[in-house]
Ligand binder design. Sequence first.
Ligand code: ADE
Length: 230
Amino acid sequence: MIGIIGAMQVEVDKLIASMSVDNVSTIAGNKYYLGQLSGVKVVVVCCGIGKVNASMTASFLISNYQVSSIVNLGVAGGLSQSLKVGDIVVSSKCVQYDYQTDLVNSPTAHNLDRLGLTYLDCDTNLVNSLQSTIVKLGYNCIVGIVATGDKFVADKTISNSIATEFGAIAVEMESGAIAQVCRHVQIPFVTLRTISDSADDNAEIDFEQNMRITAERSCKIMQDWLNNNS
Ligand code: ADE
């Protein structure tokens, strides 16, 4: 069974509408939809925005359902010049750009406590098969590092510094947290994001304008991927 997590309702609505739902359970205020999507057993949940919501939901998902992998999907701000609104990013690695412990004796600035890692590798099989689906559907796709932090980035100076310091191609607010939970329990993970804005001074307006159509594109890709990988 595959666990699917989106942060906002608009990022999972199309999936839930297309599912044959067997059961809905509410855990800590979030609804977990268990059923079939494109012939594959899935559990879909909307976690809410940010790292704490994302890690809490990933933990409940793993504790309550027998998921063999987790896919996070939705929208992201593009950091790479070659990414335009509507293009797709698949994570090769995730990083929490706002996690910084070098003032309290950590060997390196952004190493996650207990894991001792800054970058969390995503599952190669998930990354490659998603990339094939996206290319087949005719979308521009870049595989690379996705940066996560508890802030909607709408400032070119900040987005440039995240791109430069971490080598990141996109920024959002959940995947690094889910990746951390998955790493602890050895569950394969990837995030699939459609670019809604460029994390620049126009990001707020772009996000509002593009959120629905870009979120739905991620859902469409997910459904096609499930169809071909079951
Ligand atoms: N998700 C979509 N766009 C984003 C941005 N600019 N910053 C953080 N998360 C986002």
